[in-house]
Design a protein around this ligand. Structure first.
Ligand SMILES: Cc1ncc(COP(=O)(O)O)c(C=O)c1O
Length: 442
């Protein structure tokens, strides 16, 4: 523990931190005590430029007035309303506002409290939909290698990150996986969407042939994979997945937890790629990361299939105590107002060319083996240190933090996803700092 923390009442032992090297952290803690717009303030009084929008969620930047004010007001007016068989106005208002900006085939919204819960909700809707349509044999779920769909059992079953899966038994049965699309030998240093790999979508045909379409309920993919280290879909890949799903009556689920709310320069990746899923999973940017909340979007066809039987009967046995919580709803409305007033859902499209140019200018730095980007997302893949995988990127993370820049690493990949309010000057500052880190023998 640092001297400074020793002199405060803080005791760091009780909190078992998530996805954290707890022992390293507690020897050398990194605490944020404040934030405004593009910057965090650390416990030792330094400013840190946010290169990752927190955890891909603070799309409008930090402590934005419309959001904090909406939360403050709502907390004093209606703190909580039961979510089952009762409601409150803002949950309905928010659903309509979300449908207004969603792909035009989306008609209804279910609320959750996180990306992980949104994934579970989407998988359950898909399975139940097939059943209410009289296709109860469609129980298989298809995910993808290197996919990240949160940490709950459904999500890690369809996900494809080994360390997130291997400790937890047999997971859901009846799950199969598409191959991932990362082909560095062919696509390294591609700007935007890679040329090679679109045909990997045809692997879905092989999986259909193996199991038979009548056993498959849904395919779930991230349009752009984030947590596995930023994998941009090859040209034509998502279109092809859509065609194959439609051909075989399989639902297509897009996990838009990181791509939703403007990350690529359109409200959702579905619009950016012009590919319409049947179900869309969101969270993070929905409330600017400020209050936990997720939303799952479904088509009218899916929703309407459940609306049968006596009126007094519950149509779908699923939901959370905090589904559409008033304070979360208010935060989301304040977030949507901020996005609208500042054109943030499309701003990434304007700034992406400059972002791309500056990101790829790091190509000459030592140990950089790939750089990739789309919208306001960037990744720099580093050559692992022999015998010590992940250490080079972790060193870069620590050095960047000490130098006033927040980056995120996964494996030996640096992932960047700044708030959508970033200026050209701040992009310069970010990449100047990162160049220094990479040149410095990490
Ligand atoms: C694509 C995707 N799905 C799901 C999740 C899980 O979200 P949460 O951490 O809010 O449960 C994440 C989180 O990074 C994500 O990137």
């Amino acid at each position: 523990m640092s001297n400074r923390l020793n002199s405060t009442p803080n005791d760091l032992r009780a909190f078992w931190m998530p996805f954290t090297a707890n022992r390293q952290y507690k020897k050398e803690p990194r605490l944020f005590v404040g934030a405004k717009d593009m910057h965090y303030t650390t416990h030792d009084g330094r400013q840190v430029l946010d290169g990752t929008a927190g955890l891909w969620c603070v799309n409008a930047g930090h402590c934005r007035p419309l959001i904090t004010e909406a939360i403050r007001e709502q907390a004093g007016e209606l703190d909580y309303a039961p979510a089952f068989q009762l409601g409150h106005p803002k949950a309905f208002e928010l659903a309509n506002r979300l449908i207004d900006i969603a792909p035009d085939n989306m008609a209804h919204v279910l609320y959750t409290n996180s990306g992980s819960e949104s994934v579970e909700t989407a998988l359950k809707v898909a399975l139940a939909y097939q059943r209410v349509k009289g296709q109860g044999s469609r129980t298989r779920l298809i995910g993808r290698e290197r996919g990240y769909h949160g940490v709950n059992f459904g999500g890690i079953s369809v996900g494809g990150i080994v360390s997130n899966r291997k400790m937890f038994g047999t997971l859901l049965t009846g799950v199969d996986h598409l191959p991932h699309t990362h082909q560095p030998a062919k696509n390294a240093f591609t700007k935007g969407m890679p040329e090679h790999g679109g045909d990997l979508a045809d692997e879905l045909e092989r999986i259909v042939t193996l199991h038979d379409a009548s056993t498959i309920a849904a395919v779930i993919v991230e349009p752009v994979s984030g947590s596995t280290g930023v994998l941009i879909p090859p040209k034509g890949y998502l279109q092809r997945l859509r065609e194959i799903c439609t051909k075989h009556g399989i639902l297509l689920i897009f996990d838009e937890v990181i791509t939703g709310f403007g990350r690529l320069g359109a409200p959702f990746a579905s619009q950016y790629f012009d590919v319409k899923p049947d179900i869309m999973v969101t969270a993070k940017g929905l409330t600017n990361g400020v209050i936990p909340m997720g939303a799952v979007f479904v088509t009218a066809e899916i929703h309407d299939a459940f609306m049968t039987g006596p009126d007094h009967m519950i149509e779908f046995f699923h939901g959370y105590t905090y589904s559409g919580n008033p304070i979360a709803s208010a935060a989301a409305l304040g977030t949507l107002d901020t996005y609208r007033d500042e054109n943030l859902l499309t701003r990434a499209a304007e700034i992406a060319p400059y972002w791309e140019e500056k990101l790829h200018s790091l190509r000459d730095c030592p140990n950089v083996i790939d750089i990739r980007n789309l919208g306001l997302i960037g990744a720099i893949e580093l050559k692992p240190i022999d015998g010590e995988p992940t250490k080079r990127a972790f060193n870069a993370f620590l050095n960047a933090y000490n130098d006033g820049l927040l980056i995120r690493t996964t494996g030996d990949i640096i992932a960047l996803s700044p708030p959508l309010i970033i200026t050209h000057e701040q992009i310069d500052e970010l990449f100047d700092k990162l160049r220094k880190v990479l040149m410095n023998n990490i």
